[in-house]
Design a protein around this ligand. Structure first.
Ligand SMILES: [Zn+2]
Length: 361
């Protein structure tokens, strides 16, 4: 063997060893953080956090919730206040690329079209898409508004928003929310009132999935509507008690499920994996719950066979406060306005969870 060939062989062997080491280093392929999109004046803080903190912690996926807080050129009528510009998002994309983080934008679809008295951009601009038009003045007596998944003009606009947000984020996946949908097949909706809720929910999942798949993008979503809240005991929030759970049998298996549980650590992620889905556990601000979910994730990956184990993708730490509140809590800042208790507990849990994950390397 001549020297040049020997050098090439040695180099190749070293590359293989390095690849194996880096492949084997982390216990899960997905180590995620879920944050609200920053307000425009918070973009520099977000960029700094992504570049400094995420690689240090071991985060490789950032699920960022935009909803209608992006300056959509395709539908400026749905844009909400504090919307980010294209340049703002490009700065976030560049930071993620530099930090080795996969950015997955989130837009809540079907449910979560309002919060308290505020109706968000889609239904504000297009009240004809409301599942319950004219009902619940000022959103009183309900949790959140839903759109009507059977309105004939709805999906053209929703697809434009999905495409534009995914494109500006340079994303190969979009998280479409779909959690906590309580208004569905309303008895006063002429299109939906006779429909089975599980089938209707599944139909909307398939519609969104098929559009994303046509543009080579994965669909991610929250898992609660696919869990029977009564049988599992997780209740009507973390699970469904409004007839949607059967939808799990009617939808494509290449959807990634984010299985959120904040008060206990049920074995539901294993249920999704057994059903054929890839799944993440998503804790919030109770550290013992996050650790329980981490244990379950490790356990299934360690003991299941090669069919089920790889579907247990990892974890997605949620935050549920403003982005700057969480980031300032993460950095331990106490200056006014001091981060609230929810931000501090979520930041503490995030650090504890990722400390433990790094120690598994
Ligand atoms: Zn309807």
């Amino acid at each position: 063997m001549n020297k040049r060939l020997m050098r090439a062989v040695i180099l190749m062997a070293l590359c293989l060893v390095a690849a194996r080491v880096s492949f084997a280093a982390w216990p899960f392929p997905v180590r995620g953080l879920n944050l609200s999109a920053p307000k425009p004046d918070e973009v520099p803080l977000m960029v700094r956090f992504i570049r400094e903190a995420l690689p240090k912690e071991g985060v490789n996926v950032l699920v960022m919730e935009f909803d209608y807080r992006y300056q959509y050129a395709s539908h400026p009528e749905v844009v909400d206040t504090d919307a980010l510009s294209k340049a703002d998002v490009q700065a976030i994309v560049a930071a993620c690329r530099a930090a080795g983080v996969r950015l997955i934008p989130l837009i809540n679809l079907l449910g979560h079209q309002s919060w308290a008295a505020q109706t968000f951009g889609l239904l504000r601009a297009h009240p004809e898409f409301d599942e319950t038009p004219g009902k619940y003045a000022e959103n009183k007596g309900i949790y959140c508004r839903s759109y009507c998944p059977l309105h004939p003009d709805l999906h053209k606009i929703v697809f434009d928003l999905l495409d534009e947000l995914a494109s500006v984020c340079e994303a190969d996946a979009v998280h479409v929310g779909m959690d906590e949908v309580f208004i569905l097949a309303d008895p006063d909706c002429p299109r939906c009132k006779t429909r089975n809720r599980a089938e209707l929910f599944a139909q909307e999942m398939r519609t969104l999935h098929d559009h994303l798949a046509a543009t080579q993008r994965e669909m991610w979503m929250w898992g609660d509507r696919l869990i029977d809240g009564s049988v599992t005991g997780v209740g009507e929030w973390e699970g469904s008690q409004n007839g949607t759970a059967w939808a799990i049998n009617l939808v494509p298996r290449d959807i990634v499920i984010c299985d959120w549980h904040y008060d206990s650590s049920p074995a539901t992620a294993a249920y999704f994996a057994v059903q054929g889905f890839r799944v993440l556990y998503a804790p919030w601000r109770k550290t013992e719950v996050a650790m329980g979910e981490l244990d379950l994730m490790r356990s299934v990956r360690a003991h299941a066979d090669e069919t089920i184990a790889p579907r247990m993708l990892g974890v997605l730490q949620t935050t549920w406060v403003g982005a700057s509140d969480f980031i300032r809590a993460y950095y331990g800042e106490t200056a006014a306005p001091a981060p609230g208790v929810e931000a501090r507990e979520a930041a503490y849990t995030f650090k504890a969870l990722f400390n433990t994950i790094r120690a598994m390397q």
